[in-house]
Write a protein that binds this ligand. Sequence first.
Ligand code: OOB
Length: 571
Amino acid sequence: MSTGPRTDAPTWPVAFAERYRAAGHWRGETFTGVLRERAAAHGDRVAVVDPANGRRAWTYAELDERAARLAAGFTARGICSGDRVVVQLPNVAEFVEVVFALFRIGALPVFALPAHRETEIGYFCSFTEAVAYVIPDRHAGFDHRALATTVRARTPSLKHVFVVGEPGEHTALSDVPCSGDPDRETDGPAPHDLAFLQLSGGTTGVPKLIPRTHDDYIYSLRGSNEICGVDEDTRFLVVLPAAHNFPMSSPGWLGALYAGGTVVLCPRPDPGSAFPLVAQEHVTMTGMVPPLALLWTEAAAGTAHDLSSLELVLVGGAKYSEAAARRLEPALGCRLMQVFGMAEGLVNYTRLDDGHETVVTTQGRPISEDDEIRIVDDAGQEVAEGDFGHLLTRGPYTIRGYWRAPEHNRTAFTEDGFYRTGDIVRRTENGSLVVEGRAKDQINRGGEKVAPEEIENIILGHPSVHDVSVVGIADTYLGERTLAYVILRAGAEPLAAVAVKRLVRERGVAAYKIPDVVEFVDAFPQTGIGKVSKKGLRSGAAPDPGSATGPAPAPAPVVAPAPHEARSDRH
Ligand code: OOB
Protein backbone atom coordinates (compact mmCIF):
# COMPACT_ATOMS: atom_id res chain seq x y z
CA MET A 1 0.00 0.00 0.00
CA SER A 2 1.26 3.49 -0.66
CA THR A 3 0.28 6.84 0.76
CA GLY A 4 0.07 8.60 -2.54
CA PRO A 5 2.55 10.25 -4.80
CA ARG A 6 5.95 10.64 -3.18
CA THR A 7 6.26 13.89 -5.09
CA ASP A 8 4.05 15.52 -2.44
CA ALA A 9 7.23 16.09 -0.46
CA PRO A 10 10.95 15.52 -0.90
CA THR A 11 12.19 12.49 0.97
CA TRP A 12 15.60 11.15 2.03
CA PRO A 13 17.97 10.25 -0.79
CA VAL A 14 18.43 6.48 -1.16
CA ALA A 15 21.97 6.51 0.25
CA PHE A 16 20.76 8.19 3.45
CA ALA A 17 17.79 5.86 3.81
CA GLU A 18 20.10 2.87 3.44
CA ARG A 19 22.45 4.30 6.02
CA TYR A 20 19.65 4.88 8.54
CA ARG A 21 18.39 1.33 8.02
CA ALA A 22 21.87 -0.16 8.30
CA ALA A 23 22.44 1.78 11.53
CA GLY A 24 19.29 0.21 12.97
CA HIS A 25 17.45 3.53 13.24
CA TRP A 26 14.74 2.62 10.78
CA ARG A 27 13.63 -0.88 11.66
CA GLY A 28 10.72 -1.30 9.33
CA GLU A 29 8.07 -0.82 12.02
CA THR A 30 4.68 0.78 11.53
CA PHE A 31 2.30 2.17 14.14
CA THR A 32 -0.27 -0.50 13.32
CA GLY A 33 2.30 -3.26 13.73
CA VAL A 34 3.54 -1.75 17.00
CA LEU A 35 0.05 -1.55 18.52
CA ARG A 36 -0.78 -5.10 17.43
CA GLU A 37 2.45 -6.42 18.92
CA ARG A 38 1.86 -4.64 22.22
CA ALA A 39 -1.72 -5.96 22.29
CA ALA A 40 -0.41 -9.49 21.71
CA ALA A 41 2.39 -9.18 24.28
CA HIS A 42 0.43 -7.54 27.11
CA GLY A 43 -3.12 -7.02 25.95
CA ASP A 44 -4.53 -6.47 29.41
CA ARG A 45 -2.22 -3.65 30.43
CA VAL A 46 -3.87 -0.23 30.43
CA ALA A 47 -2.89 1.86 27.40
CA VAL A 48 -5.07 4.96 27.76
CA VAL A 49 -6.83 6.59 30.69
CA ASP A 50 -9.36 9.34 30.02
CA PRO A 51 -10.43 10.73 33.39
CA ALA A 52 -13.26 12.89 32.02
CA ASN A 53 -16.88 11.68 32.10
CA GLY A 54 -16.47 8.79 34.46
CA ARG A 55 -12.87 7.65 33.84
CA ARG A 56 -12.42 5.37 30.87
CA ALA A 57 -9.41 3.06 30.77
CA TRP A 58 -8.67 1.07 27.61
CA THR A 59 -6.24 -1.83 27.61
CA TYR A 60 -3.86 -2.39 24.71
CA ALA A 61 -6.16 -5.17 23.45
CA GLU A 62 -9.16 -2.85 23.62
CA LEU A 63 -7.36 0.01 21.90
CA ASP A 64 -6.20 -2.31 19.11
CA GLU A 65 -9.68 -3.70 18.68
CA ARG A 66 -11.30 -0.28 18.73
CA ALA A 67 -8.84 1.06 16.17
CA ALA A 68 -9.46 -1.93 13.92
CA ARG A 69 -13.25 -1.53 14.09
CA LEU A 70 -13.08 2.20 13.52
CA ALA A 71 -10.68 1.68 10.61
CA ALA A 72 -13.14 -0.76 9.06
CA GLY A 73 -15.93 1.77 9.58
CA PHE A 74 -13.89 4.55 7.99
CA THR A 75 -13.06 2.25 5.07
CA ALA A 76 -16.74 1.40 4.62
CA ARG A 77 -17.39 5.13 4.33
CA GLY A 78 -14.86 5.39 1.55
CA ILE A 79 -11.80 6.70 3.40
CA CYS A 80 -8.72 5.22 1.72
CA SER A 81 -4.99 5.01 1.97
CA GLY A 82 -3.40 8.39 1.30
CA ASP A 83 -6.57 10.37 2.11
CA ARG A 84 -6.10 13.30 4.44
CA VAL A 85 -8.27 13.65 7.54
CA VAL A 86 -8.11 16.79 9.66
CA VAL A 87 -8.20 15.73 13.31
CA GLN A 88 -9.10 18.46 15.79
CA LEU A 89 -9.72 16.78 19.11
CA PRO A 90 -8.85 17.80 22.64
CA ASN A 91 -7.19 15.35 25.04
CA VAL A 92 -9.81 12.61 24.93
CA ALA A 93 -9.42 8.86 24.45
CA GLU A 94 -11.03 9.03 21.02
CA PHE A 95 -8.04 11.04 19.82
CA VAL A 96 -5.82 7.97 20.23
CA GLU A 97 -8.44 5.65 18.74
CA VAL A 98 -8.97 7.84 15.65
CA VAL A 99 -5.27 8.27 15.00
CA PHE A 100 -4.55 4.52 15.21
CA ALA A 101 -7.58 3.81 12.99
CA LEU A 102 -6.27 6.22 10.36
CA PHE A 103 -2.76 4.74 10.64
CA ARG A 104 -4.26 1.31 9.92
CA ILE A 105 -5.84 2.49 6.69
CA GLY A 106 -2.84 4.54 5.68
CA ALA A 107 -4.98 7.69 5.72
CA LEU A 108 -3.04 10.70 6.99
CA PRO A 109 -4.19 12.55 10.08
CA VAL A 110 -3.59 16.31 9.77
CA PHE A 111 -3.10 17.45 13.35
CA ALA A 112 -5.01 20.66 14.04
CA LEU A 113 -4.90 22.22 17.51
CA PRO A 114 -8.12 22.65 19.52
CA ALA A 115 -7.58 26.43 19.41
CA HIS A 116 -7.70 26.59 15.61
CA ARG A 117 -10.69 28.30 14.09
CA GLU A 118 -12.30 28.86 10.71
CA THR A 119 -9.29 30.40 8.99
CA GLU A 120 -6.85 27.66 9.95
CA ILE A 121 -9.27 24.75 9.63
CA GLY A 122 -10.59 26.00 6.30
CA TYR A 123 -7.04 26.22 5.06
CA PHE A 124 -6.01 22.76 6.30
CA CYS A 125 -9.09 21.17 4.75
CA SER A 126 -8.77 22.88 1.39
CA PHE A 127 -4.98 22.74 1.07
CA THR A 128 -4.79 19.05 1.94
CA GLU A 129 -8.05 18.28 0.06
CA ALA A 130 -9.16 16.52 3.21
CA VAL A 131 -11.99 14.01 2.88
CA ALA A 132 -12.95 14.11 6.56
CA TYR A 133 -12.76 16.32 9.63
CA VAL A 134 -12.98 14.92 13.18
CA ILE A 135 -14.15 17.23 15.98
CA PRO A 136 -15.58 17.33 19.47
CA ASP A 137 -19.14 18.64 19.70
CA ARG A 138 -18.12 21.50 21.97
CA HIS A 139 -14.83 22.27 23.59
CA ALA A 140 -13.78 25.15 25.82
CA GLY A 141 -17.10 26.88 25.20
CA PHE A 142 -16.83 26.64 21.42
CA ASP A 143 -19.21 24.70 19.15
CA HIS A 144 -17.03 22.91 16.61
CA ARG A 145 -20.06 21.58 14.71
CA ALA A 146 -21.00 25.03 13.45
CA LEU A 147 -17.44 25.60 12.30
CA ALA A 148 -17.51 22.22 10.52
CA THR A 149 -20.73 23.16 8.73
CA THR A 150 -19.16 26.38 7.42
CA VAL A 151 -15.94 24.70 6.33
CA ARG A 152 -17.74 21.79 4.72
CA ALA A 153 -19.93 24.10 2.65
CA ARG A 154 -16.90 25.59 0.97
CA THR A 155 -14.57 22.60 0.77
CA PRO A 156 -15.65 20.28 -2.07
CA SER A 157 -13.31 17.44 -1.00
CA LEU A 158 -14.73 17.31 2.52
CA LYS A 159 -17.27 14.48 2.55
CA HIS A 160 -17.45 13.60 6.24
CA VAL A 161 -17.53 15.34 9.57
CA PHE A 162 -17.24 12.95 12.52
CA VAL A 163 -18.17 14.24 15.95
CA VAL A 164 -17.14 12.99 19.38
CA GLY A 165 -20.34 13.63 21.34
CA GLU A 166 -23.62 15.03 20.02
CA PRO A 167 -23.27 15.11 16.23
CA GLY A 168 -25.92 17.67 15.29
CA GLU A 169 -26.21 17.54 11.49
CA HIS A 170 -22.96 15.53 11.19
CA THR A 171 -22.03 11.90 11.93
CA ALA A 172 -21.42 10.64 15.45
CA LEU A 173 -18.00 9.03 15.65
CA SER A 174 -19.57 6.34 17.82
CA ASP A 175 -21.73 5.28 14.83
CA VAL A 176 -18.72 4.64 12.61
CA PRO A 177 -17.00 1.49 13.97
CA CYS A 178 -18.05 -1.71 12.20
CA SER A 179 -19.85 -4.21 14.39
CA GLY A 180 -18.44 -7.37 12.82
CA ASP A 181 -14.97 -8.78 13.22
CA PRO A 182 -12.59 -6.48 11.37
CA ASP A 183 -9.50 -7.68 9.53
CA ARG A 184 -6.92 -7.70 12.30
CA GLU A 185 -3.98 -8.79 10.23
CA THR A 186 -3.36 -5.73 8.10
CA ASP A 187 -0.24 -3.71 8.77
CA GLY A 188 -1.57 -0.88 6.64
CA PRO A 189 1.04 1.24 4.97
CA ALA A 190 4.73 0.46 4.57
CA PRO A 191 7.27 1.75 7.13
CA HIS A 192 8.65 4.31 4.70
CA ASP A 193 5.20 5.68 3.90
CA LEU A 194 3.87 8.88 5.40
CA ALA A 195 2.08 8.42 8.72
CA PHE A 196 0.65 11.94 9.21
CA LEU A 197 1.04 15.64 8.59
CA GLN A 198 2.12 17.83 11.52
CA LEU A 199 1.84 21.61 11.50
CA SER A 200 4.84 23.87 11.44
CA GLY A 201 5.03 26.77 13.85
CA GLY A 202 5.19 28.87 10.73
CA THR A 203 6.90 32.01 9.59
CA THR A 204 4.65 32.63 6.61
CA GLY A 205 1.05 33.68 6.03
CA VAL A 206 -0.12 30.06 6.25
CA PRO A 207 1.36 27.18 8.25
CA LYS A 208 3.36 24.57 6.37
CA LEU A 209 2.61 20.88 6.68
CA ILE A 210 5.25 18.48 7.89
CA PRO A 211 5.22 14.98 6.41
CA ARG A 212 6.44 12.34 8.89
CA THR A 213 6.94 8.67 8.06
CA HIS A 214 6.41 5.64 10.32
CA ASP A 215 10.13 4.80 10.14
CA ASP A 216 11.42 8.23 11.06
CA TYR A 217 8.88 9.05 13.76
CA ILE A 218 9.15 5.67 15.46
CA TYR A 219 12.90 6.10 15.53
CA SER A 220 12.49 9.43 17.33
CA LEU A 221 10.16 7.73 19.84
CA ARG A 222 12.60 4.91 20.49
CA GLY A 223 15.45 7.37 20.97
CA SER A 224 13.36 9.62 23.21
CA ASN A 225 12.24 6.68 25.34
CA GLU A 226 15.80 5.58 25.86
CA ILE A 227 16.92 9.05 26.90
CA CYS A 228 13.95 9.67 29.22
CA GLY A 229 13.84 6.16 30.66
CA VAL A 230 10.33 5.42 29.39
CA ASP A 231 9.27 1.82 29.92
CA GLU A 232 6.12 -0.20 30.57
CA ASP A 233 5.86 1.25 34.08
CA THR A 234 5.77 4.81 32.77
CA ARG A 235 2.52 6.66 33.33
CA PHE A 236 2.70 9.69 31.06
CA LEU A 237 0.38 12.66 31.60
CA VAL A 238 -0.57 14.57 28.45
CA VAL A 239 -1.11 18.12 29.64
CA LEU A 240 -0.41 20.05 26.42
CA PRO A 241 -2.73 19.49 23.45
CA ALA A 242 -2.13 15.89 22.31
CA ALA A 243 -1.91 17.04 18.68
CA HIS A 244 1.30 18.97 19.29
CA ASN A 245 4.55 17.26 18.41
CA PHE A 246 6.07 17.75 21.89
CA PRO A 247 3.46 15.85 23.96
CA MET A 248 3.04 13.40 21.10
CA SER A 249 6.63 12.26 20.76
CA SER A 250 9.05 13.81 23.24
CA PRO A 251 8.60 11.13 24.52
CA GLY A 252 4.93 11.87 24.71
CA TRP A 253 1.89 9.65 24.43
CA LEU A 254 3.17 7.83 21.38
CA GLY A 255 6.48 7.16 23.16
CA ALA A 256 4.62 5.81 26.20
CA LEU A 257 2.49 3.55 24.00
CA TYR A 258 5.56 2.38 22.09
CA ALA A 259 7.10 1.30 25.41
CA GLY A 260 3.90 -0.41 26.60
CA GLY A 261 3.30 2.21 29.30
CA THR A 262 0.12 4.08 30.19
CA VAL A 263 -1.07 7.39 28.79
CA VAL A 264 -3.20 9.59 31.05
CA LEU A 265 -5.03 12.35 29.21
CA CYS A 266 -5.37 15.61 31.07
CA PRO A 267 -8.30 17.76 29.91
CA ARG A 268 -6.72 21.02 31.09
CA PRO A 269 -3.10 21.81 31.95
CA ASP A 270 -3.57 24.01 35.03
CA PRO A 271 -2.40 22.65 38.39
CA GLY A 272 -5.99 22.59 39.66
CA SER A 273 -6.90 20.04 36.98
CA ALA A 274 -3.59 18.23 36.67
CA PHE A 275 -2.39 17.77 40.26
CA PRO A 276 -5.33 15.58 41.36
CA LEU A 277 -4.71 13.42 38.29
CA VAL A 278 -1.01 13.08 39.07
CA ALA A 279 -2.00 11.82 42.52
CA GLN A 280 -4.88 9.55 41.48
CA GLU A 281 -3.20 8.03 38.44
CA HIS A 282 0.30 7.84 39.93
CA VAL A 283 1.71 9.81 37.02
CA THR A 284 5.47 9.39 36.61
CA MET A 285 6.26 11.69 33.70
CA THR A 286 4.93 14.69 31.81
CA GLY A 287 6.04 17.46 29.47
CA MET A 288 5.15 21.13 29.38
CA VAL A 289 6.01 24.60 28.09
CA PRO A 290 7.88 27.08 30.34
CA PRO A 291 4.89 29.24 31.41
CA LEU A 292 3.08 26.12 32.57
CA ALA A 293 6.19 24.85 34.33
CA LEU A 294 6.25 28.18 36.20
CA LEU A 295 2.63 27.72 37.27
CA TRP A 296 3.23 24.15 38.41
CA THR A 297 6.37 25.20 40.29
CA GLU A 298 4.49 27.94 42.12
CA ALA A 299 1.41 25.84 42.84
CA ALA A 300 3.33 22.82 44.12
CA ALA A 301 4.25 24.51 47.40
CA GLY A 302 0.68 24.86 48.58
CA THR A 303 -0.87 21.74 47.12
CA ALA A 304 -2.52 19.04 49.20
CA HIS A 305 -2.16 16.54 46.34
CA ASP A 306 0.51 13.90 46.51
CA LEU A 307 2.90 14.52 43.63
CA SER A 308 5.51 12.04 44.84
CA SER A 309 4.94 9.63 41.93
CA LEU A 310 6.39 12.23 39.53
CA GLU A 311 9.87 11.22 38.43
CA LEU A 312 10.55 13.43 35.43
CA VAL A 313 9.16 16.66 33.98
CA LEU A 314 10.26 17.73 30.52
CA VAL A 315 10.19 21.44 29.75
CA GLY A 316 10.53 22.82 26.24
CA GLY A 317 8.87 24.50 23.28
CA ALA A 318 10.31 27.89 24.26
CA LYS A 319 13.30 29.12 26.20
CA TYR A 320 13.14 28.15 29.87
CA SER A 321 14.89 30.70 32.03
CA GLU A 322 17.73 29.43 34.14
CA ALA A 323 16.18 30.92 37.29
CA ALA A 324 12.90 29.09 36.68
CA ALA A 325 14.72 25.88 35.78
CA ARG A 326 16.57 25.95 39.11
CA ARG A 327 13.30 26.08 41.03
CA LEU A 328 11.50 23.17 39.37
CA GLU A 329 13.23 20.14 40.88
CA PRO A 330 12.96 21.22 44.53
CA ALA A 331 9.37 22.39 44.08
CA LEU A 332 8.03 19.31 42.31
CA GLY A 333 10.36 16.76 43.89
CA CYS A 334 11.30 15.21 40.57
CA ARG A 335 13.94 15.45 37.84
CA LEU A 336 13.92 18.14 35.17
CA MET A 337 14.87 17.57 31.56
CA GLN A 338 14.99 20.40 29.04
CA VAL A 339 13.87 19.64 25.51
CA PHE A 340 14.50 21.75 22.44
CA GLY A 341 12.64 20.24 19.54
CA MET A 342 10.75 21.04 16.40
CA ALA A 343 7.91 19.34 14.54
CA GLU A 344 10.19 19.23 11.49
CA GLY A 345 12.33 16.66 13.31
CA LEU A 346 15.43 17.33 15.42
CA VAL A 347 14.88 16.96 19.16
CA ASN A 348 17.52 17.73 21.80
CA TYR A 349 17.35 16.64 25.41
CA THR A 350 19.48 17.21 28.45
CA ARG A 351 20.34 13.78 29.84
CA LEU A 352 19.50 12.09 33.13
CA ASP A 353 23.21 11.73 33.85
CA ASP A 354 24.05 15.34 32.94
CA GLY A 355 25.31 17.51 35.78
CA HIS A 356 22.76 19.86 37.34
CA GLU A 357 24.32 22.97 35.73
CA THR A 358 23.96 21.45 32.26
CA VAL A 359 20.30 20.65 32.93
CA VAL A 360 19.43 24.18 34.07
CA THR A 361 21.56 26.14 31.61
CA THR A 362 21.36 24.22 28.31
CA GLN A 363 18.74 22.81 25.99
CA GLY A 364 20.47 19.47 25.58
CA ARG A 365 21.90 17.54 22.70
CA PRO A 366 20.38 15.61 19.82
CA ILE A 367 18.72 12.22 20.14
CA SER A 368 20.85 10.55 17.51
CA GLU A 369 24.51 10.27 16.70
CA ASP A 370 23.31 10.61 13.10
CA ASP A 371 21.71 14.01 13.73
CA GLU A 372 24.02 16.32 11.83
CA ILE A 373 24.32 19.78 13.36
CA ARG A 374 25.85 22.79 11.65
CA ILE A 375 26.13 26.18 13.32
CA VAL A 376 26.83 28.77 10.66
CA ASP A 377 27.16 32.51 10.13
CA ASP A 378 25.08 34.50 7.66
CA ALA A 379 27.34 33.46 4.83
CA GLY A 380 26.78 29.79 5.63
CA GLN A 381 30.27 29.28 7.04
CA GLU A 382 30.69 27.22 10.14
CA VAL A 383 31.36 29.45 13.20
CA ALA A 384 34.19 28.83 15.66
CA GLU A 385 33.40 26.26 18.35
CA GLY A 386 31.43 27.96 21.11
CA ASP A 387 30.28 30.91 18.97
CA PHE A 388 26.62 31.35 18.18
CA GLY A 389 25.13 31.05 14.74
CA HIS A 390 22.24 29.67 12.72
CA LEU A 391 21.35 26.08 13.48
CA LEU A 392 21.07 23.81 10.43
CA THR A 393 20.26 20.13 10.79
CA ARG A 394 19.86 16.94 8.83
CA GLY A 395 19.22 13.45 10.10
CA PRO A 396 17.18 10.26 10.33
CA TYR A 397 14.01 11.91 11.61
CA THR A 398 14.28 15.46 10.21
CA ILE A 399 12.20 16.07 7.10
CA ARG A 400 13.78 16.96 3.78
CA GLY A 401 10.93 19.22 2.74
CA TYR A 402 7.44 20.40 3.61
CA TRP A 403 4.37 18.84 2.02
CA ARG A 404 3.39 20.42 -1.31
CA ALA A 405 5.59 23.47 -0.80
CA PRO A 406 8.36 23.29 -3.44
CA GLU A 407 8.85 27.04 -3.48
CA HIS A 408 9.22 27.38 0.28
CA ASN A 409 11.43 24.28 0.43
CA ARG A 410 14.01 26.00 -1.74
CA THR A 411 14.76 28.48 1.04
CA ALA A 412 13.85 26.44 4.13
CA PHE A 413 16.40 23.74 3.26
CA THR A 414 19.94 23.91 1.95
CA GLU A 415 20.81 22.24 -1.33
CA ASP A 416 22.32 19.34 0.55
CA GLY A 417 19.18 18.80 2.58
CA PHE A 418 19.84 20.61 5.87
CA TYR A 419 16.77 22.17 7.48
CA ARG A 420 17.28 25.83 8.36
CA THR A 421 15.72 25.86 11.83
CA GLY A 422 15.74 29.65 12.14
CA ASP A 423 17.14 29.23 15.65
CA ILE A 424 20.33 30.88 16.86
CA VAL A 425 22.33 28.53 19.04
CA ARG A 426 25.78 27.89 20.42
CA ARG A 427 27.39 24.67 21.54
CA THR A 428 28.96 24.39 24.97
CA GLU A 429 32.20 22.57 25.69
CA ASN A 430 30.37 19.39 26.61
CA GLY A 431 28.42 19.43 23.36
CA SER A 432 25.09 20.75 24.61
CA LEU A 433 23.16 23.33 22.64
CA VAL A 434 22.03 26.62 24.12
CA VAL A 435 19.26 28.47 22.30
CA GLU A 436 20.32 32.13 22.15
CA GLY A 437 17.49 33.47 20.06
CA ARG A 438 15.87 33.32 16.70
CA ALA A 439 16.48 34.64 13.23
CA LYS A 440 13.12 33.53 11.80
CA ASP A 441 10.14 35.83 11.68
CA GLN A 442 8.13 34.06 14.32
CA ILE A 443 6.88 34.93 17.78
CA ASN A 444 7.14 32.22 20.43
CA ARG A 445 4.32 33.04 22.80
CA GLY A 446 5.03 30.64 25.65
CA GLY A 447 5.56 27.77 23.22
CA GLU A 448 2.69 28.75 20.92
CA LYS A 449 4.13 29.95 17.66
CA VAL A 450 2.71 32.97 15.86
CA ALA A 451 3.72 33.94 12.32
CA PRO A 452 3.57 37.76 12.27
CA GLU A 453 2.84 37.74 8.55
CA GLU A 454 -0.40 35.84 9.07
CA ILE A 455 -1.71 38.44 11.52
CA GLU A 456 -0.33 41.39 9.56
CA ASN A 457 -2.24 40.20 6.49
CA ILE A 458 -5.50 40.22 8.44
CA ILE A 459 -4.94 43.69 9.93
CA LEU A 460 -3.89 45.06 6.54
CA GLY A 461 -7.36 44.11 5.31
CA HIS A 462 -8.88 46.94 7.33
CA PRO A 463 -9.61 49.99 5.14
CA SER A 464 -8.18 52.43 7.71
CA VAL A 465 -4.87 50.63 8.00
CA HIS A 466 -1.93 51.82 5.95
CA ASP A 467 0.64 49.39 7.32
CA VAL A 468 1.25 47.07 10.25
CA SER A 469 4.14 45.27 11.86
CA VAL A 470 3.60 42.51 14.42
CA VAL A 471 6.52 41.81 16.74
CA GLY A 472 7.28 39.94 19.94
CA ILE A 473 7.98 41.82 23.15
CA ALA A 474 9.50 40.38 26.29
CA ASP A 475 7.07 39.07 28.87
CA THR A 476 8.09 37.64 32.23
CA TYR A 477 5.46 34.91 32.18
CA LEU A 478 5.09 33.97 28.49
CA GLY A 479 8.65 34.79 27.44
CA GLU A 480 7.15 36.83 24.64
CA ARG A 481 3.80 38.32 23.77
CA THR A 482 2.61 39.99 20.61
CA LEU A 483 2.50 43.67 19.81
CA ALA A 484 0.94 45.05 16.64
CA TYR A 485 2.27 48.43 15.48
CA VAL A 486 -0.38 49.98 13.28
CA ILE A 487 0.00 52.97 10.95
CA LEU A 488 -3.34 54.43 9.94
CA ARG A 489 -4.05 55.88 6.51
CA ALA A 490 -3.86 59.67 6.32
CA GLY A 491 -7.30 61.06 7.04
CA ALA A 492 -8.71 57.65 7.98
CA GLU A 493 -11.29 57.24 10.72
CA PRO A 494 -9.49 56.71 14.03
CA LEU A 495 -9.45 53.08 15.09
CA ALA A 496 -9.48 51.71 18.63
CA ALA A 497 -7.01 49.05 19.70
CA VAL A 498 -9.92 46.79 20.65
CA ALA A 499 -11.26 47.11 17.12
CA VAL A 500 -7.99 45.77 15.75
CA LYS A 501 -8.14 42.82 18.12
CA ARG A 502 -11.78 42.24 17.23
CA LEU A 503 -10.90 42.25 13.55
CA VAL A 504 -8.37 39.47 14.12
CA ARG A 505 -10.73 37.49 16.33
CA GLU A 506 -13.62 37.82 13.91
CA ARG A 507 -11.47 36.54 11.09
CA GLY A 508 -11.60 33.24 12.95
CA VAL A 509 -8.06 32.47 14.02
CA ALA A 510 -6.77 30.76 17.16
CA ALA A 511 -7.11 33.09 20.15
CA TYR A 512 -3.39 32.94 20.95
CA LYS A 513 -2.72 34.80 17.70
CA ILE A 514 -4.76 37.87 18.66
CA PRO A 515 -2.26 40.66 19.41
CA ASP A 516 -1.78 41.19 23.14
CA VAL A 517 -1.01 44.85 22.61
CA VAL A 518 -1.92 47.25 19.79
CA GLU A 519 -0.11 50.54 19.33
CA PHE A 520 -0.80 53.25 16.80
CA VAL A 521 2.33 54.89 15.44
CA ASP A 522 3.15 57.37 12.65
CA ALA A 523 6.12 55.36 11.46
CA PHE A 524 7.61 52.07 12.50
CA PRO A 525 10.26 52.56 15.12
CA GLN A 526 13.54 51.77 13.44
CA THR A 527 15.45 51.28 16.64
CA GLY A 528 14.38 49.50 19.76
CA ILE A 529 12.30 47.02 17.84
CA GLY A 530 14.67 46.72 14.90
CA LYS A 531 11.79 46.36 12.48
CA VAL A 532 10.86 48.24 9.35
CA SER A 533 7.81 48.08 7.14
CA LYS A 534 7.40 44.45 6.31
CA LYS A 535 4.70 45.32 3.83
CA GLY A 536 7.23 47.36 1.93
CA LEU A 537 9.78 44.61 2.19
CA ARG A 538 7.36 42.03 0.91
CA SER A 539 6.36 44.04 -2.11
CA GLY A 540 10.00 44.67 -2.93
CA ALA A 541 12.83 42.19 -2.78
CA ALA A 542 12.24 40.43 0.50
CA PRO A 543 15.33 39.07 2.16
CA ASP A 544 15.21 35.52 3.44
CA PRO A 545 13.85 35.94 6.96
CA GLY A 546 16.02 33.01 8.02
CA SER A 547 19.18 34.92 7.35
CA ALA A 548 20.26 37.75 9.57
CA THR A 549 22.32 40.52 8.13
CA GLY A 550 25.91 41.28 9.02
CA PRO A 551 28.62 38.84 9.93
CA ALA A 552 27.39 37.90 13.37
CA PRO A 553 23.72 37.00 13.57
CA ALA A 554 21.76 39.13 15.97
CA PRO A 555 20.28 37.06 18.77
CA ALA A 556 16.83 37.12 17.33
CA PRO A 557 13.97 39.57 17.14
CA VAL A 558 13.10 38.86 20.74
CA VAL A 559 12.92 42.46 21.70
CA ALA A 560 12.82 44.44 24.87
CA PRO A 561 9.61 46.31 25.54
CA ALA A 562 9.60 49.64 23.75
CA PRO A 563 9.93 52.64 26.09
CA HIS A 564 6.48 53.93 25.14
CA GLU A 565 4.87 50.63 26.04
CA ALA A 566 3.33 52.25 29.07
CA ARG A 567 0.67 53.83 26.89
CA SER A 568 -0.13 50.66 25.00
CA ASP A 569 -3.50 49.06 25.07
CA ARG A 570 -4.00 45.95 27.14
CA HIS A 571 -7.61 44.95 26.63
C1 OOB B 1 8.34 22.41 19.53
O1 OOB B 1 8.04 22.31 18.21
P1 OOB B 1 7.49 23.48 17.27
O2 OOB B 1 7.56 22.93 15.90
O3 OOB B 1 6.20 23.98 17.79
O4 OOB B 1 8.50 24.68 17.44
C2 OOB B 1 9.87 24.55 17.19
C3 OOB B 1 10.59 25.81 17.60
C4 OOB B 1 12.09 25.68 17.55
O5 OOB B 1 12.61 25.86 16.25
C5 OOB B 1 12.49 26.79 18.51
O6 OOB B 1 12.39 28.03 17.87
C6 OOB B 1 11.44 26.73 19.57
O7 OOB B 1 10.30 26.14 18.96
N1 OOB B 1 11.83 25.90 20.71
C7 OOB B 1 12.64 26.32 21.71
C8 OOB B 1 12.74 25.23 22.62
N2 OOB B 1 12.00 24.20 22.13
C9 OOB B 1 11.47 24.64 20.97
N3 OOB B 1 13.28 27.48 21.91
C10 OOB B 1 14.04 27.58 23.04
N4 OOB B 1 14.18 26.59 23.95
C11 OOB B 1 13.55 25.40 23.78
N5 OOB B 1 13.70 24.43 24.70
O8 OOB B 1 8.25 23.44 20.14
C12 OOB B 1 8.82 21.16 20.18
C13 OOB B 1 8.80 19.96 19.49
C14 OOB B 1 9.25 18.80 20.10
C15 OOB B 1 9.72 18.86 21.40
C16 OOB B 1 9.74 20.06 22.09
C17 OOB B 1 9.29 21.22 21.48
